[in-house]
Design a protein. Structure first.
Lengths: 173, 373
């Protein structure tokens, strides 16, 4: 199988205890779209390297094939910002960026939330149909090891794992 | 042409790297497993190794560690080339013995450029630093306490008296002390050389070095205050690392501020000379500096306070100062106003023009103290 073609995305997946670096089969979609696809519960991973959170650079296990429960993912860090959902690529309303701070199990995440039109947290967190929300320019830190940071172009955060969601009142300049 | 060993379990990446390096005229040896790569390196040490981190059985960190433990590969430059791109990954790779860290978002051209610069600079393994030169930074948060005078005179004393290879890195671009005190005219400075830290090599630095008659090589940061643009901290780290490969001593004359560039110079120096004058404001600045150094994790052992008597009378006593700083001061520079002013005006450092003066003697003593021989 060609795991380097379209639909295979290299990313860092975080559960509340592990960091999993792998290449995910996004079924020829973008990874956000595949994560938000409610028809599948698992994500197929290839070339999977597992690290424990307290030593996130130390590889404790590696397997060619793995399956990861989507609802077990706390967040995913992608290298590039362009790997976000294709659904949000176009729109009639101006896009604005809000500074956000959120806590998820074991982590705190800072970044910028891109909103089309007016920011409505109720729509974003409750009414919205997507399971994973995309935050750009992210900096994620394990709350027990705040000196360690994980950065990337985009972080996809599992909405059901968000404990606290804070945002700036006005868009950032 | 160099012989480059590439270790990567990803056959696509391996083929791409091999192609790019062969195009650049290098001989490439490949391995798809860490153990296989180590065997090849042990049999015939490569000129440079490119190692992936995420490999089954033996990961790239372990490969780096084992290469460094092997006598024949202790100095082999290593580039870690990985899809893992977090700072912690880089830090661990460098601790494991890698010289450079590059993520797989880099283009083949960028990889080749990194390979060329590493081969050119002939950087050895990080732990080999002990065998290389020592960087000694002179600092004071309070200006006008004689930091540049002591730094420059010490550089001259080390070069002249102890026959050491000495580079004087002049970060005091706002005052341009070194060109004036040594009567040299720089034509090119570090800021104009390169902003890309990976391309800095000893050969490149030589282009803006000015030779002083004492043997000291002066390396200015910028040519004039109007063109002052501090170099990035990563570049500073790289510059010091490269200079350590070519000189016994690198004397760093710093600015009176804790900006990023100065901090980088201080953090990557082996010793920090904290210069202070016997007056309350200077002692207060020194106390604040020591606290800042502690918060940065700098060991007390690398910091050496130097008391410089910048005025004749009325200064605080040595005991009072030691008590305020809660540490001993072993080096005291006596007051020598007339001779020092003459030396500055003539562009000849005191250690050359008046080697038997009290100040020059104190600095020569400091030079002997720093030199292990």
């Amino acid at each position: 199988m060609d795991i380097y073609g379209r639909g295979f995305v290299a990313a860092d997946f975080f559960t509340h205890t592990y960091r999993i670096s792998a290449r995910a089969d996004a079924r020829k979609q973008s990874l956000p779209d595949h994560l938000n696809d409610r028809l599948t519960s698992y994500l197929e991973l290839y070339d999977t390297f597992v690290s424990r959170l307290h030593k996130p650079s130390e590889i404790v296990a590696s397997y060619h094939l793995a399956s990861l429960r989507k609802d077990g993912i706390t967040f995913v860090i992608l290298a590039a910002e362009k790997e976000t959902s294709e659904r949000h690529a176009y729109g009639y309303f101006a896009k604005q960026l809000y500074d956000v701070f959120l806590t998820v199990p074991s982590f705190e995440i800072r970044g910028k939330l891109q909103v089309t039109g007016k920011l409505d947290l109720h729509v974003l967190l409750v009414k919205g149909t997507e399971n994973f929300i995309s935050i750009s320019s992210p900096v994620a830190s394990p709350c027990l090891f705040p000196d360690i940071t994980f950065t990337g172009g985009t972080v996809l955060v599992n909405k059901s794992r968000i404990e606290l969601f804070c945002t700036s009142e006005t868009p950032s300049p | 042409m160099a012989r480059i060993l590439v270790i990567d379990d990803d056959s696509h990446a391996l083929r791409l790297i091999e192609f790019a390096l062969r195009q650049a005229g290098h001989e490439v040896v490949t391995a798809r497993r860490g153990e296989e790569g180590l065997q090849k390196a042990f049999q015939q040490p490569p000129d440079l190794a490119i190692i992936d981190l995420m490999m089954p059985q033996m990961d790239g960190y372990e490969v780096c560690r084992r290469l460094r433990q092997n006598k024949r590969n202790v100095d082999t430059p290593i580039i870690v080339f990985t899809a893992r791109m977090q700072e912690i990954d880089k830090q661990t790779a460098l601790e494991a013995g890698a010289n450079e860290f590059l993520t797989k978002t880099a283009t083949p051209d960028e990889l080749v450029s990194k390979v060329e610069s590493l081969l050119a600079s002939k950087v050895s393994a990080p732990h080999a630093k002990e065998r290389l030169g020592r960087a000694i930074a002179f600092f004071s948060l309070r200006g006008g306490v004689g930091v540049s005078s002591i730094a420059i005179n010490l550089a001259v004393a080390l070069a002249r008296q102890l026959n050491q290879k000495v580079a004087l890195l002049d970060l005091c671009f706002l005052s341009s002390s070194a060109p004036v005190m040594l009567n040299v005219r720089p034509r090119l400075s570090l800021a104009e050389l390169s902003r890309e830290d990976t391309t800095i090599s000893l050969d490149l630095l030589e282009k803006c070095v000015i030779d002083h008659s004492s043997g000291v090589k002066v390396l200015p940061v910028v040519l004039s205050p109007t063109r002052a643009a501090p170099i990035p901290d990563k570049t500073m780290e790289r510059v010091l690392s490269v200079l350590k490969g070519g000189f016994n001593y690198i004397i760093v004359d710093t600015l009176s501020s804790l900006d990023d560039m100065t901090l980088a110079a201080l953090i990557h120096s082996d010793q920090i000379m904290l210069v202070l004058a016997p007056e309350v404001a200077s002692i207060q600045a020194a106390t604040v500096t020591l606290q800042a150094f502690r918060s940065l994790g700098l060991s007390d052992e690398v910091i050496m306070p130097i008391l410089n008597h910048t005025f004749a009378k009325g200064g605080l006593s040595l005991e009072t100062i030691q008590s305020a700083l809660k540490r001993p001061i072993k080096t005291v520079i006596p007051h020598e106003p007339e001779l020092l002013i003459q030396a500055i005006n003539s562009g000849t450092p005191l250690t050359l023009s008046q080697p038997s003066s009290a100040m020059a003697t104190a600095i020569q003593k400091l030079a002997s103290l720093l030199s292990p021989s």
